[in-house]
Design a protein around this ligand. Structure first.
Ligand SMILES: [Zn+2]
Length: 94
C-alpha cells in the first residue's frame, strides 16, 4: 500500500475509535489547519517508526562542518542520519 493511502486508512481507524466512544456526537468537524497538522504528525510518526524498526544499509555521505580555523568532515548516512563513527577523514571511507 502506498504511504498516502496507508496513512489515510490509519487515520480512519483512529477516528472510528474516537467517534465510537462518543455516540452522543453526531458531527465530525475537524478544521483544515488541524487536519494539516494531524497529517504531518502522522507522517512523521510513520517515518520514525519505519526508521527505528528497519535495519539501515547506510549510504554514507560526506558532510562538511565549517569551523573558524578548519572544516571538520564527517560521514552521515543519508537514509537514517546516523554518523559513521569509524570514519577517519585522513584515511577516507572504511
Ligand atoms: Zn543509515
Amino acid at each position: 500500500m502506498e504511504k498516502k493511502d496507508l496513512l489515510f486508512k490509519a487515520q480512519d481507524a483512529f477516528w472510528e475509535v474516537i467517534s465510537d466512544n462518543h455516540p452522543e456526537i453526531k458531527t465530525g468537524n475537524f478544521g483544515p489547519l488541524s487536519t494539516f497538522k494531524f497529517d504531518e504528525a502522522c507522517e512523521r510518526a510513520y517515518d520514525i517508526w519505519i526508521r527505528e524498526n528497519t535495519e539501515c544499509e547506510h549510504t554514507w555521505e560526506k558532510k562538511i562542518h565549517e569551523g573558524n580555523h578548519f572544516d571538520e568532515i564527517t560521514e552521515v548516512c543519508k537514509d537514517c542520519g546516523e554518523m559513521n563513527e569509524d570514519y577517519d577523514p585522513s584515511r577516507g571511507s572504511t
